[in-house]
Design a protein around this ligand. Structure first.
Ligand code: F0G
Length: 355
C-alpha cells in the first residue's frame, strides 16, 4: 500500500480508533538530509549533521503533522468550523485540511506581518481570513475566547491533538537513524513543536524504539525571545515573522523539555538567522524559510563559541527546518541581489558569463 500519512503510519501511538475519519494530505515522511557541505562550512566536521526538511510537507510546513490529527479529531467530534490564530503556516495548513474535510475554517492573522505565500494558501483554500490590527498574541487570545464561547474548534497547538500529530517528527527521525540523535536544534515560537518533539522522543524510548534522548536546543529570535528573558514581550520584532511571538502558549512545556533533556533555549539575532538561511540554500540546496533557519543559526553560534561537546565517535545533530523557503520569496529576493536584465544578444551573454 502506498504511503498514507502519519496517522496511518503511527496509529498505535496516536489517539485514534478505527472509527476516526482520517483527514490526510499524506503529510510526513519528510527527508532527513545529511548536511556534509554545511558541516564543513561551519566547522562541524566532528559531528554528523542532518536536516529534517519539514518544508516538504503538503502545505510546506511541519504544521501538517498536527493538523491532520486536529482536523480528523474535530470531524470525529462533529465540528463544522475550525479556527486558529497564525503567523501564517498554521493558517495555511488549517485552511487546506478544512478544505479536504469539507468544513469551514477561520484564521486570524497579524496585519502586514505574514509572508505572502502563506496568505495566498489560506485564501486559495477558501478560509475566512481575518487580518487584525494586532500581533499573533492578540490574535491567539481572541480565538481562544471565540472557541470557548461558540461551537468552533480551536486548532492552534493549545489543542492537544496538534501536539500528538507533531510528535511523529521525532518518530521518523528515530526510524531513519535507528536511534535518537544526540542534539536536536530547532526554532521556537509558540513552543508547540519543541513540546511535541520532546513528547515524541520520550514516548518512543518508553516503547523501546530508542535508548538515547536528545538534548533539545531551541532558538528564538532575539527580538522575540520571552523564554530567554523569562517574561512575555509586548511588541516582539524579528524578520522571521513565523516566530514573531511574545507570549508562547506552551511556555511551561518548552522549559520542561529544555530542563529534562539538559538542553538550552537561547536566542539568535536576525543577522545570524539570515546568514544561516543563505548558507543552507547555497551549500546544501535546501531552501527553508527564515524562521526555519533559527535552529541552524543556533548551531553555528554554539560551534563558534566552542560550546558543543565532542566525543571520539561523531555525535549526531538533527536540525529541524520547519517551513519551505518558497513561502516567503520576497525575503529571499531582498536578501540576495536581484539580477539585472541584459540585451538579448550573444555578445552581452558572453560578457555576463565571463566567457
Ligand atoms: N518555524 C515555522 C516556519 C513556523 O511557522 C513556526 C510557528 C515555528 C517555527 C515555531 O513553532 O510555534 O511550535 O514553536 N508558526 C506558527 C504559525 C505560530 O502560526 O504558523 P512553534
Amino acid at each position: 500500500m502506498a504511503y498514507q500519512g502519519i496517522i496511518d503510519r503511527y496509529q498505535e501511538f496516536l489517539p485514534v480508533t478505527p472509527k476516526t475519519p482520517v483527514i490526510t494530505l499524506h503529510e510526513g515522511q519528510t527527508p532527513l538530509i545529511p548536511a556534509k557541505n554545511l558541516s564543513r562550512e561551519i566547522g562541524g566536521d566532528a559531528y554528523e549533521i542532518y536536516l529534517k526538511f519539514e518544508g516538504m510537507n503538503p502545505t510546506g510546513s511541519f504544521k501538517d503533522r498536527g493538523m491532520t490529527m486536529a482536523v480528523s479529531k474535530a470531524v470525529e467530534a462533529g465540528a463544522k468550523t475550525i479556527i486558529c490564530a497564525s503567523t501564517g503556516n498554521t493558517s495555511a495548513s488549517a485552511a487546506a485540511y478544512a478544505a479536504q474535510a469539507g468544513i469551514q475554517c477561520a484564521v486570524l492573522i497579524p496585519s502586514g506581518n505574514i509572508a505572502l505565500g502563506k496568505l495566498s494558501q489560506a485564501l486559495m483554500h477558501g478560509a475566512n481570513v481575518i487580518s487584525i490590527n494586532g500581533n499573533f498574541d492578540d490574535a491567539l487570545s481572541l480565538v481562544k475566547e471565540t472557541a470557548e464561547k461558540y461551537p468552533i474548534t480551536l486548532v492552534n497547538s493549545l489543542n492537544p491533538d496538534r501536539i500528538e500529530g507533531q510528535k511523529t517528527g521525532a518518530f521518523e527521525i528515530v526510524d531513519d537513524l535507528g536511534e535518537a540523535p544526540d542534539f536536536q536544534f530547532m526554532p521556537v515560537g509558540n513552543a508547540g513543536n519543541i513540546t511535541a518533539y520532546w513528547k515524541g522522543y520520550t514516548e518512543y524510548c518508553n516503547k523501546g524504539r530508542c535508548i538515547n534522548l536528545p538534548k533539545m536546543m531551541g532558538f528564538q529570535a532575539a527580538g522575540a525571545a520571552p523564554l530567554v528573558s523569562g517574561k512575555p514581550i509586548k511588541s516582539p520584532e524579528t524578520i522571521a515573522t513565523a516566530i514573531r511571538i511574545g507570549n508562547p502558549a506552551s511556555w511551561k512545556q518548552a522549559m520542561a523539555a529544555k530542563e529534562q533533556s539538559a538542553g538550552v533555549i537561547d536566542s539568535v539575532t536576525d543577522e545570524e538567522i539570515l546568514e544561516a538561511y543563505k548558507l543552507l540554500a547555497k551549500t546544501e540546496g535546501v531552501f527553508c524559510e527564515p524562521a526555519s533557519a533559527a535552529g541552524v543559526a543556533g548551531l553555528i553560534k554554539y560551534l563558534k563559541a566552542g560550546k558543543m561537546e565532542k566525543r571520539i565517535a561523531k555525535l549526531r545533530i538533527v536540525c529541524i527546518l520547519t517551513g519551505h523557503g518558497l513561502k516567503d520569496p520576497e525575503r529571499a529576493i531582498q536578501t540576495i541581489h536581484k539580477p539585472e536584465s541584459i540585451p538579448a544578444d550573444m555578445a552581452s551573454l558572453k560578457k555576463a558569463l565571463s566567457l
